[in-house]
Design a protein around this ligand. Structure first.
Ligand code: PLP
Length: 380
């Protein structure tokens, strides 16, 4: 149905516009539906719902994929971060240097264990922490750097890791958005002492609820993580420390184990969508995301920058193009961090006013990408 709604002489298909979403999880379900139903039904009838063979299998397979020594699955990416900080014995009176441009959970985890997040400004091109801004924030209280691989792209992991080493700090990677991304041919999560992943449905590898995973290099840390996951002990009636109830359940593990087999294909499809955007969007007013050639960007988000975001938002709304604002303000500006009101980091201040994320997911169709690109090209 081609209707009056036109822009600069072009007409847009109203049916397409009405149906478009920033992400559509039903399409991926359709692809794996048969396998998932079969395996999940098997979980139902097995009577084994917690830490059973599906968790074991998924942990084995993800350890191989992520090329790391140890993995511990858990209940969410947030829990992965919290347990990592706890395993490193980070808490009260400790400081952790992190990015102010990320999902709230990154710094929330630091605060949850009683430590203090210290925010380092970002590189406006990559949206990731700027290694050059880290060193002058290191103090006697600093214990770790918690870097984020935002939108599916690694930060400068070698530099961040090197800084951590030279000051005897731990390095934790927030890989919630970067499953499968690489930097200098190595998986994200394999640079830091610990890597934290999320399987929230919209992440690169998503389950049908909450899920997370921690990677570790060191056996002592691994054993602490195992304890933290189940109330401070591994065996029944063993409680060596105050822990959590943070297990990945068998149903989510079964789903993840199926999807993990296809993760490279799913990531390639995300990259294909991004490549189409790069090819089709031609508008000087729109700055396309920067790709660091040292790594593989997995495009968990396709985030553009524009001088007058309000104006672009109105333009997109007029044509019912969905979009997201990741993220609308620096972390230190949220009410929960009211005590940070003196923080002002110029790059994150600027970028958070300019960023806008376009629809992206592996199954996004070329005709939708074309419509979105045309409408963006008509933005004046
Ligand atoms: C999603 C996300 C988290 C939190 O993961 P959950 O599984 O939702 O708890 C943490 N950090 C970043 C950067 C994220 O995108």
């Amino acid at each position: 149905m081609w209707t009056k709604s036109s822009c600069c002489g072009k007409k847009y298909n109203q049916e397409t516009l009405k149906k478009m979403k920033t992400f559509d999880l039903t399409k991926q379900y359709k692809i794996f539906e048969k396998d998932i139903k079969k395996r999940v039904l098997k979980v139902f009838s097995s009577g084994s719902y917690i830490l059973g063979e599906n968790v074991k299998s998924f942990e084995n397979n993800s350890r191989k994929y992520l090329d790391t020594r140890y993995v511990v699955s858990c209940n969410s990416g947030t829990d992965a971060l919290v347990m990592s900080l706890r395993a490193l014995n980070i808490g009260q009176n400790d400081q952790v240097i992190t990015s102010p441009f990320t999902y709230f959970a990154t710094s929330e985890a630091i605060s949850l264990v009683g430590a203090t997040p210290i925010f380092a400004d970002i590189n406006p091109h990559t949206f990731n922490i700027n290694p050059k801004k880290i060193e002058k924030l290191v103090s006697k209280k600093t214990r770790a750097i918690l870097s984020v691989n935002l939108f599916g792209q690694a930060c400068e992991l070698d530099k961040v890791s090197q800084i951590a080493k030279s000051y005897n700090l731990s390095h934790i990677e927030d890989c919630a958005q970067s499953f499968g991304a690489t930097y200098k041919e190595k998986q994200t999560g394999s640079y830091g002492d610990i890597g934290c992943f999320s399987f929230f449905p919209t992440k690169n590898l998503g389950c049908f609820g909450d899920g997370g995973l921690v990677t570790a290099k060191n056996k002592r840390i691994y054993e602490l993580l195992l304890k933290l996951r189940t109330h401070g002990g591994i065996r029944r009636n063993q409680h060596d420390m105050i822990g959590y109830n943070s297990r990945l359940d068998e149903i989510q593990a079964a789903i993840l184990d199926i999807k993990l087999k296809h993760i490279n294909k799913l990531i390639e499809k995300r990259i294909d969508v991004a490549e189409s955007y790069y090819k089709l969007i031609k508008n000087e007013k729109i700055r396309l995301p920067f790709k660091d050639i040292k790594g593989k960007h997995t495009f968990n988000q396709f985030t553009i920058r524009v001088e007058n975001r309000k104006k672009l938002e109105n333009h997109l709304k007029k044509y019912k193009i969905p979009y997201g604002i990741y993220y609308p303000k620096p972390i230190y500006k949220y009410k929960a961090y009211a005590n940070y009101k003196d923080n002002y980091l110029p790059m994150v201040e600027k970028v958070s006013k300019q960023c806008l994320s376009l629809p992206i997911y592996p199954e996004l169709e070329l005709k939708d990408i074309k419509t979105i690109s045309n409408i963006l090209n008509d933005y004046k």
